[in-house]
Design a protein around this ligand. Structure first.
Ligand SMILES: [Zn+2]
Length: 152
């Protein structure tokens, strides 16, 4: 008995042969939109990410930013960030996989408003463990378009 069994890879339960991609960007235009609305990615947040259209409400902007985190669209995240609070660079954590978004509450943020808030809970998996982030985000219009200001 000099050669023992190879240790099981970490993070996989015995018998679990599913392959989980760690890559973001596995979402295709026909995938269900990561933001949770009943639409394809291309027909929902994807249209905002490509610049074909812009989010009409603060909630849709929030959803599209969540989707941008899910697909790894850093340029979209930066251009939908208010110029006064936008970070110079943004590094997304490859170890975080976004798994769902819940919108808990909104105020303002419609076509008739100049500012609004969105309270949400974003679910993710970090190293195989369930986690979530809760935030109350503030949005304003900048140049007519909804942008993210900050969150608490
Ligand atoms: Zn969407």
């Amino acid at each position: 008995m000099s050669a023992g069994a190879a240790p099981a890879p970490k993070g996989f339960a015995p018998g679990d042969n599913r392959v989980v991609s760690k890559k973001t960007g596995s979402i295709t235009p026909t995938s269900p939109c990561p933001c949770g609305l009943p639409a394809s990615y291309a027909g929902c947040c994807g249209a905002f990410h490509t610049g074909a259209s812009s989010a009409p409400t603060a909630e849709r902007l929030m959803r599209s930013r969540y989707s941008a985190f899910a697909v790894g669209d850093v340029p979209y995240l930066l251009r939908t960030w208010h110029s006064s609070t936008r970070p110079a660079v943004l590094d997304l954590d490859d170890g975080v996989r976004w798994t769902g978004l819940e919108i808990l509450a909104t105020s303002g943020g419609t076509a008739f408003h100049q500012e609004g808030t969105v309270e949400f809970r974003a679910h993710c998996r970090v190293g195989g463990r369930e986690d979530s982030q809760h935030e109350l985000s503030r949005f304003v219009r900048e140049g007519g378009r909804w942008v993210y200001v900050d969150g608490v």
